[in-house]
Design a binder for this molecule. Structure first.
Ligand code: HEM
Ligand SMILES: *[C@@H]1O[C@H](CO)[C@@H](O)[C@H](O)[C@H]1NC(C)=O
Ligand SMILES: *[C@@H]1O[C@H](CO)[C@@H](O)[C@H](O)[C@H]1NC(C)=O
Ligand SMILES: *[C@@H]1O[C@H](CO)[C@@H](O)[C@H](O)[C@H]1NC(C)=O
Ligand SMILES: *[C@@H]1O[C@H](CO)[C@@H](O)[C@H](O)[C@H]1NC(C)=O
Ligand SMILES: *[C@@H]1O[C@H](CO)[C@@H](O)[C@H](O)[C@H]1NC(C)=O
Length: 327
């Protein structure tokens, strides 16, 4: 325990030194709001905790919200902007991404205690970290000081976010495009140790899969049968756990599932079983399935890298008063 805590502290301070200063933004720091909003941590923590008391899944939803924010024009809160031309209405987000009300409630409190100080992008990053922590995952010091973007880039969201239907090579390319590598793909996919997915995102694996096989041959038969009955009604919005072994608990079962063909999404199982996955990601899946401590350690590092994806140079941004609209 002590040993792993030391490693976490080390990884955070090393990252604070060597990342940052990409594009127009100055370097993120752990103590950015130390003087200007000392209530920040307590407020975010309390809201995430109470939201998860009502619905444990909200921790997972907040983690995904941060990921989908960061991959489009950097971590700039652009996913929060309302309007049907915004990112919320992009294919990967519509009827899918969740947690906006929790962010609104946090922002409302922050505007009382420290008005116009904390960016919406930082709120999302912090909320995601508490979503991980309260699900049993690792603690890490979130780097702060992001500014909120002025544009919600719908075509960017359509094009930059990975789809569960695409091959691993092409998912890796989308991560590379934002400065993340193959290790980050495998490590961050481990976020699917918590949360839910809808039938619409995996039912292709359950029938008419290919000319030679009705069901995806890399899907365990027992799991396939239970998913077939779940999705039989044709309601694409029906949900099930991404990690059926421990749906709400952040652990390395995600990787252990892949070893026995119990990954839910094609993009999950493909990390271990697809030809391009065998070439690039399979060995890492094996590593994290064997060593949960290594997974936690690397997850923290990759989250800090993802949280550091910057907006395009020149977009200086603002501190939004309401996360849904630009000032
Ligand atoms: C590697 C490429 C990835 C693909 C193709 C992918 C795809 C998906 C899909 C299709 C869902 C279900 C959405 C729905 O049912 O509406 C999902 C859920 C989720 N994803 Fe990913 N994802 C990827 C990477 C990530 C990363 C990097 C993170 C965070 C670090 C993440 C965190 C989550 C979480 C926590 C959920 C559950 C959300 C909830 O229950 O509300 N995913 N993902
Ligand atoms: C993004 O994808 C959605 C859903 O496919 C589509 O309706 C929308 O027009 C696309 N937006 C842009 C700007 O390409
Ligand atoms: C939207 O995102 C795309 C990348 O997918 C990028 O090329 C484009 O410059 C972005 N547009 C704006 C207005 O930020
Ligand atoms: C990915 O980047 C990390 C540093 O952030 C490095 O330790 C790791 O070896 C890289 N992985 C690959 C496959 O290049
Ligand atoms: C599956 O394939 C069969 C035979 O090709 C076809 O009759 C049936 O409509 C298909 N089902 C779906 C759900 O596409
Ligand atoms: C899921 O629910 C949304 C919103 O209620 C609805 O618009 C959509 O058509 C449903 N999608 C599927 C695949 O059933």
């Amino acid at each position: 325990m002590d040993h792993s805590y030391c490693r976490l502290v080390l990884v955070c301070s090393v990252l604070a030194l060597c990342l940052g200063n990409q594009g127009a933004r100055s370097q993120l720091t752990v103590d950015f709001y130390y003087n200007t909003c000392p209530q920040l941590y307590a407020i975010v923590q309390q809201h995430v905790f109470s939201a998860m008391m009502v619905e444990t899944r909200m921790g997972a939803s907040l983690l995904r919200l941060h990921f989908h924010d960061c991959f489009v024009n950097g971590c700039d809160g652009s996913i929060l902007l309302d309007g049907d031309t915004g990112e919320k209405f992009a294919l990967p987000n519509l009827n899918s991404v969740r947690g906006f009300e929790v962010i609104d409630a946090i922002k409302a409190d922050l505007e009382t205690f420290c008005p116009e100080v904390v960016s919406c992008a930082d709120i999302v990053a912090l909320a995601a970290s508490y979503g991980v922590l309260f699900s049993g995952g690792p603690y890490y010091d979130v780097l702060l000081g992001r500014r909120d973007g002025l544009v919600a880039n719908q075509s960017g969201a359509n094009n930059s976010l990975p789809s569960p239907f695409e091959p691993i090579d092409s998912i890796i390319q989308k991560f590379n495009a934002v400065g993340l590598n193959t290790t980050d793909v495998v490590v961050l996919s481990g976020a699917h140790t918590i949360g839910q997915a809808r039938c619409a995102l995996f039912s292709k694996r359950l029938s008419n899969f290919s000319a030679t096989s009705s069901v995806d041959p890399t899907l365990d038969a027992t799991l396939a049968a239970s998913l077939q009955s779940l999705c039989a009604g044709g309601d694409g919005n029906q949900t099930t756990a991404l990690d059926a072994r421990s749906a709400d608990y952040f652990d390395n079962h995600y990787y252990q599932n892949l070893l026995v063909e119990r990954g839910l999404l094609s993009s999950d199982q493909g990390l271990f079983s697809s030809p391009d996955g065998v070439a690039s990601t399979k060995a890492l899946v094996q590593t994290y399935s064997d060593d949960g401590e290594q997974f936690f350690y690397d997850f923290v590092w990759s989250m800090l890298k993802m949280g550091n994806i910057s907006p395009p140079p020149g977009s200086a941004g603002q501190i939004r008063k309401n996360c849904r609209v630009v000032n």
